[in-house]
Design a protein around this ligand. Sequence first.
Ligand SMILES: Nc1ncnc2c1ncn2[C@@H]1O[C@H](COP(=O)(O)OP(=O)(O)OP(=O)(O)O)[C@@H](O)[C@H]1O
Ligand SMILES: [Mg+2]
Length: 271
Amino acid sequence: MQTRLEAPATEPLSFEDTGVTVSGVARRFAAADRARGPVLALNDVSLSAHRGEVLGVLGPSGCGKSTLLELVAGLQEPDAGRVAVCGRASGAERLAACAYMPQRDLLLPWRDAIGNAALALECAGVRPRQARRRARPLFERFGLADFERSMPGELSGGMRQRVAFLRTLLAGRPALLLDEPFASLDSLTRAAMQEWLAGALATEPRTVLFVTHDVEEALFLADRVAVMSPRPGRVVAEIPVPLQRPRPRRETVTDPTFIELKEQALRALEC
Ligand SMILES: Nc1ncnc2c1ncn2[C@@H]1O[C@H](COP(=O)(O)OP(=O)(O)OP(=O)(O)O)[C@@H](O)[C@H]1O
Ligand SMILES: [Mg+2]
């Protein structure tokens, strides 16, 4: 009888296929004063987001979520373990592969909305006029067409977050790192912004690491959710979300699968 060699069920990921890989990472900070010891923020953290995947990172305050994003973005280096983006492991290469939206929107108050969004292109050497020209279609596409010339102080919190997100998108990097982008918004604006972001990621697919405290937000937006323990943060559960994106809110939040996943995530957070 002829013996057939079975092909492996899945091909091993090549570096090019890999979005973000974090493997066995630890990060320790020196104490602010001598009386206290160093702070171990992250310990043995491993997670990955495949190309085009939205990975939600959920965890309690202080568990090291922002530190994790800064490590991925190449703004910090791990004390142990390895971080790679698109297979590139050096800090400079990670910096070049990631667009990072920090916890605060950090719009420049002296630039109008489109000038703020175009900043990422200008930093990459595009002339200001050309950068604004390239930003304009995104303002139209994502519901900000009438606010291009508004100054940040004239925009609502949700609009500021959208401008900051467009700036992140315009950086044109393969990986987007979003640190609690809606934390400062009221619940109605937050829900509207979640839908806006889900739509934006459907038209502009990217590999995304999305940090939040909010279980529903993570499950509504992500393909998979990594749940972190309290400090020192490590990944205690990974929860795939088998629902197609973008998700209609009302049907999604009442879907039995969604409700079960929410309970699973809450249980993992309690560990
Ligand atoms: N530069 C630093 N120097 C010293 N300690 C730091 C530094 N950055 C972060 N830490 C500490 O590391 C831990 C993790 O901080 P981090 O900001 O990453 O948490 P987080 O999960 O993002 O918190 P939050 O949900 O409140 O934003 C905290 O205890 C914090 O005080
Ligand atoms: Mg944080």
